[in-house]
Design a protein. Structure first.
Length: 100
């Protein structure tokens, strides 16, 4: 009985620390944090966005390296062009491997 009581205390401590970490944490959402191309952009704007996009993607490894927790939210969705996206397509993207 004493062992299970101690395990329960450790779980409670972990739960409190985890809850605090999540409360004080940050959320990185690629679609919002990585510059995206838009069909209405000029050629020069596209070049600028692609350069910024490349820098943002290269920085992902550092963000994930410094993270205590790393969650992947990759729900099934369909883009405007009809491409289907989900966890497996996230896993196939080149830059996601840097986050691992």
């Amino acid at each position: 009985a004493m062992v299970s009581h101690r395990a329960s205390e450790r779980e409670d401590d972990f739960t409190k620390v985890y809850a605090k970490d999540v409360e004080d944490g940050y959320i990185w959402m690629p679609a919002l944090c990585i510059p995206q191309l838009e069909s209405s952009m000029s050629s020069s704007d596209c070049i600028d966005v692609l350069a910024k996009q490349s820098r943002a993607i290269r920085s992902l490894a550092q963000y994930s390296y410094q993270s205590t927790y790393f969650y992947i939210c990759a729900p099934r969705s369909v883009t405007a062009s009809g491409a289907e996206l989900d966890f497996s397509t996230w896993r196939e993207s080149g830059w996601c491997r840097a986050q691992e």
